[in-house]
Design a protein around this ligand. Structure first.
Ligand SMILES: [Zn+2]
Ligand SMILES: [Zn+2]
Length: 134
């Protein structure tokens, strides 16, 4: 994920070594570095590396296809990563987020006794507030 490059001008993702956007030939920047910037720093960066206008997409058709593919893939992966970060389990009964993961110790014994069927653990979370498990 750290190696993903980004073109702020066309809002596209690129990979190394596409330090110039395949879609417009503007300068790209590592996505992590871009996200760390404040709005002001972003503006500065955009002034320093202005948009190539009119855009000069690569003439290499296969590279362009690959870039399209990479952009889609990176977008999906980044969205997934974001969703994972934002997922906070909440207690379904009282709705509080003060929830802990239940240990799997007893369930492993359970599986050992009952054989090969890897049973899905009954509960994964326990609410510290009301004690509800689900
Ligand atoms: Zn671009
Ligand atoms: Zn609860």
């Amino acid at each position: 994920m750290n190696k993903i490059l980004y073109c702020p001008w066309c809002d596209r993702y690129a990979r190394e070594p596409w330090y110039h956007c395949p879609f417009c030939h503007s300068q790209t920047i590592y996505i992590k570095a871009w996200e760390k910037k404040s709005e002001e720093n972003k503006k500065e960066w955009l002034e320093k590396f202005p948009k190539i206008d009119p855009p000069r997409p690569t003439k290499d058709k296969s590279l362009l296809r690959e870039a399209e593919k990479f952009d889609k893939q990176a977008r999906a992966e980044l969205a997934q990563e974001e969703a994972r970060k934002q997922y906070i389990p909440r207690c379904p009964t009282c709705g509080c987020p003060d929830v802990e993961r239940v240990g799997f110790g007893e369930k492993i014994v359970d599986t050992a006794v009952w054989g090969f069927l890897a049973r899905k653990p009954k509960c994964q979370f326990r609410c510290k507030n009301c004690g509800y498990e689900w």
